[in-house]
Design a protein around this ligand. Sequence first.
Ligand code: 26W
Length: 811
Amino acid sequence: MVLTTQSFEEQLTEKLRSLRGTGVEEASEKDMYYAVASIVQEQLSASWQDTRKHYDKREERQMYYISMEFLIGRLMENNLQNCGLLDTCTTTLKKLGFEPELVYGQEHDAGLGNGGLGRLAACFLDSVASLRYAGHGSGIRYRYGLFEQRIIHGNQVELPDYWLKEEYPWETRRADESLTIHFGGQVIPHKRSDGSLEFSYYDTDEVQAVPYDVPVAGYQNDVVNTLRLWSAELAPENTDILADAEGKYYHHLDHMHSVEQISGFLYPDDSSYEGKELRLKQQYFLVSATIQNIIRDHKTRCTKSLKNMHEKTVIQINDTHPSLAVPELMRLLMDEEGFSWDDAWNITTKTIAYTNHTTLSEALEKWPVSMMENLLPRIFMIINEINERFCLGIYYDKPAFRDLIPRVAVIADDQVHMARLAIVGSFSINGVAKLHTEILKRSEMNDFYRIFPEKFNNKTNGITHRRWLLQVNPGLSSLITDAIGRGWVEQPSKLSTLVRYSNDSPFLDKIADVKKENKKALADLIRKRTGITVNENSIFDVQIKRLHEYKRQLMNIFHVIYLYNELKDNPMMDMTPRTFIFAAKAAPGYYMAKEIIKLIHHVASIVNNDAAVGDRLKVIFLENYNVSLAEKIIPAAELSEQISTASKEASGTGNMKMMMNGALTIGTMDGANIEINDFVGRDNIFIFGLSSEQVHDYYANGGYNAKDMYHADDRIRRILDQLYGGEFGSQEIEFKDIFYNIMYNNDPYFVLKDFDSYIDAHELAESRYRNHRQWQQMSTINIAHSGKFSSDRTIHEYASEIWRLSPVPKA
Ligand code: 26W
């Protein structure tokens, strides 16, 4: 149903009255927000129901994307846009005297993810629905999302993110579809009359998984899929006894508390693994609820029998976090549905596919056998058997690989290796960029690649251009549409026709004007949040991502220090002014990352307050990086810092977002940077540093000595001496640990080794920037090739090569 501006306004008035008890004149922005959300949710509801019915009627094959993280950010503008109401709503709000941005800004970000992996899941859901695929997300409804970051005297302080403080208008609780999850207890085997074994469970702790559904609307296509988020609650039967004697009462309150903890908070660790029992509980909770739900769905949508489950269902697991899906599906098929091991294994390994997102060894999940055994006794038995059968299978059927067994066993040195479980139990294993997949095949997972070469494939990541271009950068979007028509919105590959405009002066001028506007808006935000006025004609040089040593924010701030030193030595130096913009959260327990945040702040306070520098150099750290902040920074970015130690960044997705908004990349040959380079060509990107092979070679054979760099390069020595001497700290605050890590840990991320070529790349970038026309040309070429990095392309590949899904025809 299309709403006219007039009927939209009428509905708004009615919603304000009925929901908020207020009229337009007295309404606050919050009132307006809820009124608009309610209209949108109603619009979506009808299509939501129709979509479900349509899938049921066609017995459609469904994809379920299981992920511990969905970093969705705000949904208001996204949902308005996808139901074709964004312009109507924006116009109406303005007419009624409201600032639309402030109204939409009332929504608290749903920060149910750490970074790349969680945001990727959110982009994927958008593309799946927009391309008319029958696919859904399944995750956890954490009561607290990723912590809020405050910076106090340069130190990161974490505050809880209670995002559900006010009603979340997009979710619907479906208590009637709750499921029971069992933890702990005893497993007792019984012999059936045919001699086979049956297992029953005793004394388990029961937890209710209550689903909350969030609609996932496709772009103006009437498809509404579902993101189902599970909340842990005490089963209602178990809460009745609360009324007992006082002692028991408190006991039960404690119990309730510990049950609710399961969906209490998101673990704030990115790329590092800790064997915490509560996290294992979360993983099993998510997996068991999802698989039970899938089985129930199958029975209502298709047949009572699960024999053909793998024809009607495919499950994609987002990293190893949900890899208990393998034993859980086995358990349900055998213990609840009566399948034999072989039949259950056949179905399971034809249903589950696994995506790997990192090769960092510190991120590999391994659970202690004792923990798994106590918490999930039946699941552990099944993993044991999977392991035994897998190892025996190699021993007898693939004797050539016998010597690999100790390295591929799912259970080894008293630990369950989750990546190995995921590989053995799934039919597809994919990396997230070409280089990443090659590294998996050639080194990290080479043993498995030799055993199962056919399972491995690449799916280079992508981002939804509907949010990351159309929605966040309306100026650039209409400029593109004016030039090449609207086709790119449905088919982002059409952006490539923009290449024709890379010599069109009026177009290039407009590209420059749009960037200028966006920079102005960001400068305003910076002024509001930090009190610092930046030079709007400076180069906006942006590094926004989780803080991690391999991402080398340290190298970036070293470069700032280098420029500062140059300016101090030569105050008349001719340089293009620069504004360095950082935003990053550090994992709360990651000491070195927090030191780097502190260093950035201390360098900033010196550089920003040095009158001799003026507005030629500014360092801005924007606190509490999240999706909404990214949406404001990215359209204004000119230089995109993608400077990881080669081989360490699986793909990166911020690189794609900034490219799509016309920023040029300064980066290493790592992750998807390599593919960006392939498309735009060497002349339209600033590449520097060691290759992944060189990095690999140094790790394997040595030959790099950080101290040599210190002695050989005056610029480097000066910076390190300044650090050691406390020049960027005060008496108490020094950065000696950063110094030691580089000098005595031999600079594990090759910051010094790549520094010289990094400076060169920056100098080249600066000289290109001075030639405005050339810069705008390069920028246009980047935008033109960014269509390849739309998650629509990625999802088409997943759908045809892994999921075997076709777009569902309209009803
Ligand atoms: C168990 C602790 C833990 C938590 C998160 C281990 C590993 C992770 C993730 C795999 C980290 C992550 O987000 N990886 C990023 O995934 C993105 C999407 O594929 C890639 O673009 C990034 O390069 C990769 O770092």
